[in-house]
Design a protein around this ligand. Structure first.
Ligand code: NAD
Length: 367
């Protein structure tokens, strides 16, 4: 197969490309605008493969997207390109509306036009896989067994895990823009018959994660002796999934999933943010001992506005229907992640000092 992957220079997209090039015979075309979040150095181990190529294109640019589709004639598209950082969406929502909504619309229209030119058998086989987030569902009641209060008596009134049937209730500009894109993708299936798949996944973590996100930020600040900022009281709950487990799940859905279906993907790893931060501190204490405790670097900062309190995914459908289960527990995945950041200080340094953006590797424009 020839797979066009949008956002392949990002955190999850690069994991998907590494997974596909290393474990299958498929060809990959990486279509990425290279925003601040796009880093071709995350693809260094596969970019020399003759089955890999790169196109620096903005998904909002219809003419360039049309050109790439006509040039490469993909058998399937995995759409990961997005603005993805919630805090940035609060400070400036415009890019989120543009890329996540207008960009997805543009890609859908370009894909529809291309798909209609395919032979009937190819049209049936074609797949447009839209990668989305569990944040579209809003947040869940907060469990009392973790020792914290329950907001407004909501406990018991709603299901305790997000299922594929959970109504959408996004809270942030980021999650609202992703919810909009999910609706567009479903409409293109229903109205035009485009064969689509949607996956909604919980928080990912692992190697090559941009250092503005909680886990890499904490690891790097801890070893640099800087404060470890935690929002509010750190009691927000996220369901963490190791990024390589997500990459395997996405490839499974693309190749074995039923078009028109949605699959939730999650790690069954609900952790309070403060527990995540303390766990990283404890791993570092063991790996890089020092006189004081890394935990002493934790500081509590003003909470994010509209901060969702709890996300948790019911991933039983993908397990039951496609046989996918995560390979990593949170304990094994976080250990691997800390070790990766310690062993790859160069990659981190080049992100932190901006040199990854100044010296783009092998960038090509469509001819
Ligand atoms: P990321 O921010 O690390 O990467 C996004 C990539 O998209 C970057 O390479 C960037 O250059 C590219 N991009 C941005 N705007 C573009 C545009 N207009 N045209 C072309 N390329 C553009 O994001 P990520 O964490 O890898 O997330 C990938 C996808 O998975 C997103 O759609 C996100 O909503 C979804 N998701 C992420 C998580 C998570 O925990 N990170 C969880 C569930 C779902």
């Amino acid at each position: 197969m020839k797979l066009l992957i949008t956002g392949g220079a990002g955190f999850i997209g690069s994991a998907v490309i590494r997974h596909i090039i290393n474990n299958t015979d498929n060809e990959v075309i990486n279509l990425d605008k290279l925003t601040y979040a796009g880093n071709l150095e995350s693809l260094a181990e596969v970019s020399a493969s003759e089955r890999y190529s790169f196109e620096q294109v903005d998904i909002c640019d219809r003419a360039e997207v049309d050109h790439v589709l006509a040039k490469h004639q993909p058998d399937a598209i995995m759409h990961l390109a997005a603005e993805s950082h919630v805090d940035r969406s609060i400070d400036g929502p415009a890019d989120f509306i543009q890329t996540n909504i207008v960009g997805t619309y543009t890609l859908l229209e370009s894909t529809r036009q291309y798909w209609q030119t395919l032979a009937p058998a190819e049209r049936v086989r074609f797949r447009f896989h839209h990668i989305s987030t569990d944040e579209v569902y809003g947040d869940l009641p907060y469990p009392t067994h973790l020792g914290a209060f329950v907001e407004g008596g909501r406990e018991g009134e709603e299901p305790f895990l997000f299922t594929e049937q959970t109504p959408y209730a996004p809270s942030s500009p980021y999650s609202a823009s992703k919810a909009s894109s999910d609706h567009l993708v479903r409409a293109w299936q229903r109205t035009y018959g485009l064969p689509v798949l949607i996956t909604n996944c919980s928080n990912n973590y692992g190697p090559y994660h941009f250092p503005e996100k909680l886990i890499p930020l904490v690891i790097l600040n801890a070893i640099e002796g800087k404060p470890l900022p935690v929002y509010g009281e750190g009691d927000q709950i996220r369901d963490w999934l190791y990024v390589d487990d997500h990459a395997r799940a996405l490839y499974k859905v693309l190749t074995e999933g039923k078009t028109g279906e949605t699959y939730n993907i999650g790690g069954h790893n609900e952790k309070q943010n403060i527990v995540v931060v303390q766990t990283i501190c404890d791993i570092l204490q063991h790996l890089l001992p020092k006189d004081s405790s890394y935990r002493d670097q934790i500081i509590f900062v003003q909470d994010r506005p509209g901060h969702d309190r709890r996300y948790a995914i019911d991933a039983s459908k993908i397990q039951r229907e496609l046989g996918w289960v995560p390979e990593e527990t949170f304990e094994s995945g976080i250990q691997k992640t800390v070790l990766w950041y310690l062993a790859n200080r160069d990659w981190c340094q080049r992100v932190q000092d901006g040199s990854y953006q100044r010296e783009r590797l092998g960038v090509s424009k469509p001819d």
